[in-house]
Design a protein around this ligand. Sequence first.
Ligand code: ZN
Length: 414
Amino acid sequence: MSMRMRVRTTCRICGGSHLVRTLDLGAQPPSNSFLAPADIAAEQAFPLEMHLCTDCGLSQLVHIVYSEDIFDEYLYLSSTSRALCQHYQGLIDGALARFDPPAGALAVDIGCNDGIMLRRYPEGRCRLLGIEPSSAGKCAREAGFEVIDQFFEAGLAERLATSHGRAALITATNVFAHVDDIASFAAGVRTLLADDGVFIIEFPYLVDMVERLYFDTIYHEHLCYLALTPLDHLFAKVGLRAFRVERTEVGASGPALRLFVCRAESARATEDSITAMRADEQAWGITDPARYRDFAARVERIRDRILALIAEVKAKGGRVGAYGAPAKGNTLLNYLKLGPSDIEMVAENNALKVGKVTPGSHIPIVGDDSFLASGIDTALLLTWNYLDFFLGNSDFIKKGGKFIVPLPDVKIVP
Ligand SMILES: [Zn+2]
């Protein structure tokens, strides 16, 4: 199937046209588009560039590959991650304790995946509703939850408010950054939220990404790189208000913000955590292109260091592969312009990916056993956020292999 793309010329939050390109990662296929070797000739690539709106401070992609063309191919079932289950249990327990919605109140999870969040509610505590356009929603439905299989937007919210009433709690974790029409999404939340309801979102924090150099989290599926300042603009526009923020670590995938939002006119006081973060972002330079030019320069330097290290291993007669085939690994491989002549193969335990090649870089993906049998001695660790786990548990390391860790600091371990 051929993928379609369109290009935005205005900011998706404030509508302004003062967009500055801050980072250019080259033309890349969507990062989850693993492909069969026979399909390489038909592969498509699209510009992967971060742009800053200097009016509201939103960092965003302007090249939009149609989500209906790229989603749904790889079923990611959240509930298979025990760390994520624990993380969301904390979120729900905390929200029920802090906001104490009436028994039987409606709670909605937008982007409910296989029901991982809905499963965290105590039995019978709330009326639960999931929204999930991807096929993962089938698992939630099979577990007995009501799931709407549509993208969340203002029109759907109107219909749900009529059919189900308004919600005391709405959660959306790792979904907000994927939405192109984020204004319609936010307006829908305003519509569906009860007068004293709370909307809780979690997302990777732009400032962390820039400071810690997590540039591999930039890929076509992630349209926005969020921070409080641009979200303030968005919420003010639709009649919402952020009143509390917490910093959190989402399993192994890294630091995130948990933002609590209410209707603008709600009696909930805006807490100090919000005013402090606003001030911090201004001092940091959230709307200042210079802040991001510095980021781009650091990204280039780390690219050069990773390439130099791979060359050094090879010069000493080493053989280099890669470990793990996560979506973000493809941003790294493609930005570094690595291919099968640099990286012989990728070890991956997701059977759906084994036998395919990585998008753009076309490196063969093999199972862990084949990788071990290959005699490769050094592996670029693409799932570097799980470094501790793989150091402790992988047979590759136990048999004397070494990892090249690309981020946040380039190094060889052990
Ligand atoms: Zn803007």
